[in-house]
Design a protein around this ligand. Structure first.
Ligand code: F6R
Length: 250
């Protein structure tokens, strides 16, 4: 049974393992979509959300969840990777969620990593989120260095969608998905911290002991540029769903 507690301003759900964390977080999203079928979802990629997406796919296939009226915005995309590249985040979203549910793909938005006009692409993404009414529920992972989306340590609280340079730590962490470290793009487009903080509700999912220091700093230390996730304490509807390992430092 998951343990629920409040740490400062944040509701924390501590689960036995990754599977329970996937179910808990999937239930939060499923409930939100049931209450508002045309929900605007903010989505994340990486290793962590894969099991949660599997839960959502299962609910959809069993007729318990309808994605047809929902729209989605992803947090980030690598610069230089085409949507067909098997490590692009568009490809990730198609293969891990969109291809398996009844979502209208024309309403799924991922930043264009091949754009020739980065400023315009980022500005239009922000405008488009606003036009859709803003993000209702945003899913986040957390980097071992405390990053959220690709807002690396040092990112401003006022930051918006923009191009960023990835840190060596993130390049190393993400190299597990590529043939070798040299293949990992050095730059990405990412929503900013201010963009993320405008979501009405935020769900941060973290599993594994390599996240425990970042989770602890985010929840228990004062907000600081060094730990971008620490700004989440200033959001008034933010939930952390953790497994025991990621909660190990609390
Ligand atoms: C992905 C993203 C990143 C990841 C973070 C954790 O869209 O925005 O911030 O959430 O790097 O990645 P994993 O889940 O692979 O440990």
């Amino acid at each position: 049974m998951a343990e629920r507690k409040r740490v400062g301003n944040i509701d924390v759900i501590i689960c036995e393992d990754e599977i329970e964390a996937a179910k808990e977080s999937a239930n939060i999203f499923a409930e939100a979509i049931r209450q508002k079928p045309n929900l605007v979802l903010g989505l994340a990629t990486g290793g962590t959300p894969v099991s949660m997406y599997k839960e959502l796919i299962k609910m959809n296939k069993e007729g318990e969840l309808d994605f047809f009226h929902a729209s989605t915005f992803n947090l980030d995309e690598y610069v230089g990777l085409s949507p067909e590249h098997d490590q692009s985040y568009r490809y990730f979203m198609n293969t891990n969620l969109f291809d398996h549910v009844n979502i209208d793909k024309s309403k799924t938005y991922v930043l264009d990593g091949l754009t020739k006009d980065i400023d315009r692409t980022c500005r239009e993404y922000e405008d488009f989120i606003k036009k859709q009414g803003g993000i209702d529920v945003q899913l986040l992972g957390i980097g071992a260095n405390g990053h959220i989306a690709f807002n690396e340590p040092g990112s401003s609280k006022d930051s918006r969608t923009r191009e960023v340079v990835l840190t060596e730590k993130t390049i190393k962490d993400n190299s597990r998905f590529f043939e070798d470290e040299s293949q990992v793009p050095r730059k990405a487009l990412t929503m900013g911290i201010a963009t993320i903080m405008e979501a009405r509700k935020i769900v941060l999912l973290a599993t594994g002991s390599n996240k425990k220091d970042a989770v602890k700093k985010a929840l228990q230390e004062a907000s600081s540029l060094e730990v971008p996730a620490s700004f989440l304490k200033e959001h008034d509807d933010c939930i952390f769903v953790l497994d025991k390992d990621a909660a190990g430092g609390l």
